[in-house]
Design a protein around this ligand. Sequence first.
Ligand code: GLA
Length: 695
Amino acid sequence: MPIYTKNLGWVLETANLGYAIGLDAHGLLANRYWGARLPYPEDYPPPADPRAWPFHNTAHLTNEEFPAYAGPKYIDPCLKVTFFDGVRDTLLNYFSAEIKDLKGVQELILTLNDAYYPLQVKLHYRCHVEHDLIERWAEVENLGDHPITIERAFSAQWHFPRGSQYRLSHLAGRWLDETHLHREILHPGKLVLESRRLTTSHNANPWFALDRGSATEEQGDVWFGVLAWSGNWKLVAETTDFSSTRLSLGVNDWDFAWRLEGGQTYSTPSSIAGYTPQGFGAASRILHNFVRDRLLPHGHTLHKVLYNSWEATTFKVDEPSQVQLAEIAVKMGIELFVLDDGWFQKRDLDNAGLGDWWPDEVKFPNGLGGLIKAVNGLGMQFGLWVEPEMVNPDSDLYRAHSDWVIHFPTRPRSEIRQQLILNFARPDVQEYIIGMLDKLLTDNNIAFIKWDMNRNVSEPGWPDAPGEARELWVRYVYGVYRVWQTLSDRHPQVIWQSCSGGGGRADLGILRVADQVWTSDNTEATARLSIQDGFSQVFPANVMEAWVTDAGRGLVPLEVRFHVSMCGSLGVGGNLLHWDKSERDLAASLIAQYKAIRPLVQLGDQYRLISPQEHAYSAVQYVDKAKTESALFVFRTFIPDPAQLPQIYLRGLDLRSRYEVEGYGVRSGAAWMSAGLFVPLKNLESKLVRIRKTE
Ligand code: GLA
């Protein structure tokens, strides 16, 4: 039984983890345990019974599952509301529990009621048994007649075994330099990570991993989790004044308010978390499996090798130039040709056209049909770039509906890249964009859409809001999800890519509609190594789109640039007209090699052997689920000679089975993992080593 009840306590178990909740002596709903699954129900400890202390109540010391702002407690709460009469204190009492079975997936629902006001909170816990993850979210319901204003409603507070000196791993970066891994010890107080940019952001990611300071890729207790949300979010890691450590995660409460009328319910997005004693590598693989098995719309479908013409032609696109590129691309083994920005009405530069989603009459006098026919005729699928949430002031859409953008009437409408943001919280905007894109997808044979979002918000006003204008932050994201999901439902064959000026919208919320993510606008291979390593902490390789472009051409060998991109969902984005025969031939042979290892790269288990974030000589390995085949990539950027390069110890192989490591002979899995192999490389060299089980 993944979920069972014992003595007004509840135990949630997955294959390897246990999570226990209970009512403490004061009636508070407290976390009792989160860690390795224990053999017997009585093994799970009872709730702690903290002693009272001057200056605050015991609740301040309790590991409450969903603390509300109430009484003399000063830890960071999950819920803060204002009642109609101005009262801003929320006293939640346990009311009832229910265990549901939804097609084999068990869910625990714990209901809490305010002691006086008709406010009900339902805490949902879903057990993903084989994936070793627990998914949590909350519903806040107004059971009365008077409105309630929600000022904060996080998805979860996660508690760690008693102690301080935990270390937080998180991702940070910026446009062109996303997802760098940072690890820092938590000290008393709070460490806050967030996005206030309307999207997930390039700057931080709603992912965490906590350890006791000594976990490695392969061993050590790691508690980890995400928020499945593509808008403003906040993560608060708090080490309290009594040395307990907790982490809250949810929609950002900054500039947020939600007016909950009588009878209405507000649901938070999900926070999904797990525990492993096997280090950061295992934590990533748990998330990778979950993303592929449970989230991605097209699940385990292998992603095609694509060509994207953006870096080659930028806005200067037309039918002949694209067909010319397509003819070269197909000879290299490309399977999907993607036309990027520049194809639509009056889009000659970035100053016009966004919003007018029909082909430019000068560049494509016969519509997109001629190009698509040519691409399909060559045996490739066709894909297209759109940026549905945006509008240029110089567009027919803006001229007709200047009130549709996010703005304050008395403030300037700050442009970034000469564009403004359509208010996707508005149903009329959603309907308009659904209509436009539905027509595009109905009229044309489109297999792939790159959905871009190239600016952050400013002046976040919604003048015609029917109610509380600060609901914008949440309603906007639900609007994006609705438009995207509606189009996906109508055109289920389309594979969608989430792009936001590179990796600005990478999260487990968007992966319910998008199968791939554009990792970064930075396509320079040596910089990409670190970005990709950070990205892999959360996302599997099939989600990580990686193109070989002309960045670094003449400096970094083509083979290295390919090897870096072959670690994800391979694409090519260079100007093929400038590639000479030897470059095209080498590309064709590397694309063929990629296709041979694609299933295990995209769908296998990833082992980060030596981190490029720490070393100029790095290695990453992919192993298929059956442990019969593996691919090892080794990279050296720049190390002054004479260099002592490290031995590489493989991972993920059967101990007693024999494996042939290309160029190194046949030995047992145990030998390759314990004795390892030495892969000598010069500066700016890389190597792909294939590994096959022989018996
Ligand atoms: C963003 C994307 C790029 C490209 C351009 C087009 O920057 O990340 O890949 O599509 O927009 O304008």
